[in-house]
Design a protein around this ligand. Structure first.
Ligand code: NZQ
Ligand code: ZN
Length: 388
């Protein structure tokens, strides 16, 4: 049964070719000082930087830059960004990049006016901001995380070997996001497919939980079928606008809070993947792909009916004359074959993990309560061993 909920998503989206025009509508709403946040330089190579700067200048903004946000942004970089935003007296933080840049911008936004250590406050104690929050806008260049329309912000503490996400409330969501599918054409295939699996994983984390009948499950099956179809097109033809735009839109809906409303969710694959990320700094979506099959095979018996439904509704398994277990297993086998076919990394060894890291990985994995089985330390160890 659908649980009670409140739903509000305050992020305004500008989607499609020339979506950057939307930035001209948004910028006049904010003060003069804009902190332009971006990553390691892809936006300079593909020309997005020049386009954004031209709009900022046209709108009379004073531009301050904070470059070099790395994938899996760190606490050290966050401290740098906070100092930069304070110097700039930023009225708006404009993130131009992927989930890392967008997550980082949100972390800066809640830390600029905060006297406490943001890592301890937001990522260890999971407290909500009590200070004034600097507004964030986003120009998305990499698809997968959903960060463009949610309050998620994942930060890595390399010393503590922890990668933790805080899901902030709607006051931290980007005020607006610019989504032009053509901006994603220059992504290397590795990043594109990693993002595609991140989207799939977000949907599955919300799908494989609960046994009730709810609308979200039907929506998620549709999103998954669209994603699989579009991914198959995009891996062959990376500038296919139809496929890339569908993938971009699916990513947003996969994690903008809508499909989670009124239902239980899991998120254990993300906890396992984030542990791998904390120890190896590997690409987020690949860490999820590498641990998913051992995890799903372990929990399948505890959520058999849902796994069988998934096999039929998403992977087209014919259930006639088969046991529920056979149907469910065939679904996972089809999923695994598809993951390999699009070029996902299917083990953590290829991401830099080694057997001697297993103890540390187990320690860094948070245990969630919403899946079909609450994992024991032994379960977690077995998953990592099978993922090697
Ligand atoms: O740094 P640059 O040079 O820009 O290169 C980036 C980066 O190396 C490159 N890239 C981005 N757009 C490009 C491009 N290269 C060429 N052309 C373009 N148009 O792609 C690389 C990866 O970028 P990144 O932002 O790290 O990827 P992603 O969007 O997957 O973000 C990953 C981060 O988001 C967190 C992850 O944990 C990870 O830290 N997540 C955030 C979530 C949220 N906010 O709700 C949920 C997710 O589950 C996830 O945990
Ligand atoms: Zn993710």
């Amino acid at each position: 049964m659908l649980g009670n909920f409140t739903y509000c998503n305050p992020t305004k989206l500008y989607f499609g070719k020339n979506a950057l025009e939307g930035l001209k509508e948004e910028l006049p709403k904010y003060g003069k000082n804009v902190l332009l946040v971006y990553g390691g330089g892809s936006i300079k190579k593909n020309g997005i930087y020049d386009k954004v700067v031209a709009v900022l200048k046209e709108c009379g903004k004073q531009i301050f830059e904070d470059a070099g946000v790395m994938p899996n942004p760190t606490t050290d970089k966050l401290a740098e960004g906070v100092a930069r935003a304070r110097e700039a007296k930023a009225d708006l933080i404009l993130a131009v990049g992927g989930g890392s840049v967008c997550d980082y911008a949100k972390a800066v936004s809640v830390s600029v006016n905060c006297d406490e250590d943001p890592w301890d406050k937001y990522y260890i104690r999971f407290e909500e901001p009590t200070c004034e929050i600097v507004p964030v806008g986003c120009v998305l260049t990499m698809v997968g995380t959903g960060s463009e329309m949610n309050g998620g912000s994942v930060i890595t503490n390399r010393e503590q070997k922890l990668k933790i996400g805080h899901v902030f409330g709607e006051e931290v969501f980007p005020k607006f996001s610019v989504l032009d599918p053509e901006y994603t054409y220059t992504l290397p295939k590795y990043q594109m497919v990693s993002g595609i699996y991140d989207i799939m994983s977000h949907i599955l984390e919300q799908y494989f939980s609960g046994t009730d009948d709810n609308t979200s499950d039907y929506i998620m099956e549709g999103l998954l079928r669209s994603l699989i179809h579009s991914a198959n097109v995009a891996v062959k033809d990376s500038t296919n606008y139809e496929a890339r735009s569908n993938i971009m839109w699916t990513a947003t809906w996969a994690l903008n809070t809508f499909i989670a409303k009124g239902k239980d969710t899991d998120w254990e694959v993300h906890m396992l993947g984030q542990a791998v990320g904390a120890h190896t700094d590997a690409t987020h979506g690949m860490t999820l792909a590498a641990v998913s099959m051992p995890y799903y095979r372990l929990i399948m018996p505890y959520g058999l009916a849902k796994f069988a439904r998934y096999a039929v509704a998403v992977w087209g398994v014919d259930p006639a004359g088969k046991s529920q277990e056979t149907v469910a297993s065939e679904g996972l086998a089809k999923m695994e074959a598809w993951m390999k076919s699009i070029g996902l990394v299917m083990n953590i060894t290829d991401l830099g993990a080694a057997p001697e890291m297993i103890d540390g990985l187990v320690e860094s994995t948070l245990v969630m309560q919403g899946g079909y089985k609450v994992l024991t330390k032994e379960d977690i160890r077995n998953i990592f061993v099978q993922s090697l």
